[in-house]
Design a protein around this ligand. Structure first.
Ligand code: NDP
Ligand code: MG
Length: 395
């Protein structure tokens, strides 16, 4: 039995993880669950999975939760410290990091510091603090790892592109990799001219053509900031230079990404767009279990389309390559600026095309440092959010 602590259990990733566990009741169990404020959803999930511990990171929910809402055997705590305690709980064999935004950083770090493998959906962890987090992952293990088992402190990518690259990298030697090609759906505005993109509303941006995800990443997909963050994620996770990463638009979201080797072979991972597959592989690696997602039916005729990304219409993508190249404090600033910009866009305070513009302004304005501490990164995260809440479109 593999015992999982699920951080962000009520979100899109968390609910998909619940479905994976439900499909393998003899092999998977949830021992810890967290949410931010949606206590009803968390209580319902706890009634089903009966974890030992649960946490709501929003302290103000303490007064909202009625007695008896959670199972008697589940210890319920409140506040961000409680999330970190669940990430490090002794009873968990693996932690699913499924919180959205830089708020997920603390739980990921707590799990790694406690010597646990992490199934990482929260890409912002690596965008904000890639070198520090990979330093924890690559710290020498205190004991030898038995062959065929998952080492402690391993990062297993859940993000579908990185999970695909992870799988394709298992087919060759690292020194033979020429480049990694991340696929992008292109989002809802892939075919829209720039004049129309300028008028895009909240509703337009939230209507993703292939993936059903939480609101923040859905807006990120529409701006292609999601791909920018994924370029940075790949840079740290796989220790690639920015020049070894390419992005190609693939609207069907069937080819999840590719690795090109030096001999010209390109290895891809294909499956219908469904996060249950990468979540399950991250949880079961290096084993493969019976899948719970729909399968590709290659007997039906269908085409796979690829096209280059358009940086004129989607300038956020260029920010990703720039930040992957510069490193240092850039990831934390871009990520925080983007989180705050998406927030303002969803509140209808910013136009859609202001998101990338404002992120560019704030990235340019920050005082760069090449090897910041975690404290410096968190300070800059707060600074970038404040700047973004003040940002006004210049005429
Ligand atoms: P959702 O918005 O659907 O869910 C977010 C989860 O995090 C919820 O459980 C939410 O709790 C919790 N949460 C929100 N804010 C905080 C906070 N400040 N502190 C602690 N917990 C918080 O997001 P997604 O599931 O879509 O995305 C989660 C992560 O996975 C993101 O980093 C995203 O980029 C990544 N990802 C997601 C994919 C997807 O298909 N959805 C695909 C690839 C990567 P509550 O419900 O109480 O608000
Ligand atoms: Mg992705």
């Amino acid at each position: 039995m593999k015992r999982i602590a699920v951080l962000g259990a009520t979100g899109s990733i968390g609910v998909s993880c619940q479905a994976v566990v439900r499909a393998h009741p003899d092999k998977l169990a949830i021992v810890g669950m967290t949410a931010h404020a949606r206590w009803e959803d968390l209580a319902k999930a706890c009634q089903e999975f009966r974890p030992l511990r649960a946490a709501l990171s929003d302290e103000s929910q303490r007064s909202q939760v009625p007695a008896g809402a959670f199972p008697r055997e589940t210890i319920l705590e409140f506040g961000p410290d409680a999330v970190a305690r669940i990430a490090a709980m002794a009873e968990a064999d693996i932690v699913l990091s499924g919180i959205v935004g830089a708020a997920g950083l603390r739980g990921t770090i707590a799990a790694l510091e406690a010597g646990k493998p992490v199934a990482l959906a929260n890409k912002e962890t690596l965008v904000v603090a890639g070198p520090l987090v990979m330093g924890l992952v690559n710290a020498p293990a205190s004991a030898a790892v038995p062959p065929g088992t998952c080492p402690p402190r391993k990062l297993l990518p859940v993000d579908s592109e990185h999970n695909a690259v992870f799988q394709a990298l298992e087919c060759g030697r690292r020194q033979d990799v020429k480049r990694v090609i991340l696929t992008a759906s292109g989002g809802p505005f892939r075919t829209w001219p720039l004049e129309k993109i300028r008028t895009a509303t909240r509703e337009d941006a939230l209507a993703h053509p292939t993936w059903n995800m939480g609101p923040k990443i859905t807006v990120d997909s529409a701006t292609m900031m999601n791909k920018a963050l994924e370029v940075i994620e790949a840079r740290w996770l796989f220790d690639l230079s920015a020049d070894e990463i390419d992005v190609v638009v693939h609207p069907q979201s069937v080819v999840h990404s590719m690795v090109e080797y030096r001999d010209g072979s390109v290895l891809a991972q294909l499956s219908p767009p469904d996060m249950k597959l990468p979540i399950q592989y991250a949880l079961t690696w290096p084993e493969r279990w019976e899948g719970v997602s729909p399968r590709l039916d290659l007997t039906k005729s269908f085409g796979l389309h690829f096209e280059p990304p358009d940086l004129q219409r989607f300038p956020a993508l260029a920010l990703g390559f720039e930040v992957a190249r510069r490193g240092g404090t850039c990831g934390a600033v871009l990520n925080a600026a983007n989180e705050a910009a998406v927030d303002r866009f969803l509140k209808r305070e910013l136009a859609f095309t202001d998101i990338a513009r404002a992120c560019r302004d704030i990235l340019n304005a920050h005082s760069y440092s090449p090897s910041p501490t975690l404290e410096e990164l968190l300070r800059l995260d707060a600074w970038a959010r404040e700047e973004m809440f003040r940002w006004k479109c210049s005429p």
